[in-house]
Design a protein. Sequence first.
Lengths: 250, 253
Amino acid sequence: MSRLLVNNIRAYSGSVITIPATTKLSLGGKTIGENSVLPSASGQSNKAIASDGSSIIYNTYGATGMQVFTSSGTYVKTSGTNQVMVRLVAAGGGGSGHCEAGGAGGFSEKILNVTGVGSVSVVIGTGGTGTYYSGRSGQGSSSSFGAFLSATGGDGANQSYQHAGGLGGIGAGGDVNMYGGGGSAHGRINGGGGYSFFGGSAARGHPRGGDYSRNHQSRSAPGSGGANGWFRSYLGPEGKHGMCVVWEFR
Amino acid sequence: MSILKVNELRPQSGSNVTIQSGYTLRLGSKNLDSSSVMPSPSGQNGKILVSNGSSRNWEDHGAVSMSVWTSSGTWSRPSGVKRILVRIAGAGGAGSGVGEAGGAGGYAEEIIDVTGVSSISVTVGQPGSWGGTYYSGGAANGGTTSFGNYMSASGGNGANRNYQHCGGLPGVGSGGNLNIYGGGGSGHEYWSGYPGGGSFFGGAGATGHPRGGHYAYNHQYRAAVGSGGSPGYHTSRRGARGMAGVVCVWNFR
């Protein structure tokens, strides 16, 4: 053990005093080396000190972006994303006539750690087909976010029982898993499709507006059930397609 | 070049060993100087170390607050806020009678980097001034909500505004990462029919019966923001107004 008693250290020549990389400098019990030196803050505005697993780096942090899927595709993680908040809704069932309307798609929501994930396959359900009064309308198809989350579509009108509204679908795999709203049953003229997490079904009308609900079926919230055609002479609308919304966090 | 081999450094007097100004201590390949030393963590509980472009400071992080508008105003960036998650809905259209209901306002949602922004103008769509009306009458359209030039959400139409006896078509979002329609209003039915179009934030007000007077109209404010107005009972009771839109901003640091 050798000990040097000194108050001021200077370089013998030049301006740099070097501790070789293989040598550890201990400050009161804590060892410091190359990786203890904070990199320059210059040009790193609004970024925070973080680890990349081996070194100190500057990283963006917080809620950094959003990706939205209204049809099937692949979620490709924006580089650097650590967590995502996923909201998934399946498609609505189709409507018939005389108030017989489709159920809404189920809903699922989850916060996922994606540090080890590069991409995730996304399936977006398509709306169930509409038909006429007392006819069996189509079920909305399921949505899924990889193997993490899924949701089943709403039933079409008359699917479970004659003249009954479609039942809502249900989410699975999420932190939140809910049913969508059900569709209305046989009534006089106009009922309504089931409400999804994102909102209500298409408008309903009167022959003055032609096949009003059908013509404006795309103007409805994702996952909502198909409304109904007027009385028995107008075609019920399709259910609205599902959707997946991904909030990215770093 | 000179090499000094030593295992322990202690001050000759006092308690400091100083690298004299003008000289640099190099650890391996990296220089350790006054700008590359971790600042004291004392009193900085819960904070992280963030660069301002020239130096590092302890700062709060995460979702720090929320600002909500139900009438127009201005969002001013709270100190240190870097990104915002904005959710907006347009106002709902109003209802008439015999089942004729208003459409809901549209909805939009976006994450915006606001590091170079100090304030953003907020406009919240309001229901039309005459509100709900009676059977077969044109009910008021809802107004558009906007958040600066970033995004907007149009209002739902009132009942009978698109075609006679037809429910109001819903509004839609634009400019956001997420842009969706609200729910449409119902058309001509018997008695009261169905409530107005549902918005992202929830359903329309209750429909009623003459036992409750102008029930839908009297309780027209008990409805989710952005929802469409519900119809009044048959031809003799007045429909409800649509609900005003909203702007919700989550502030992240």
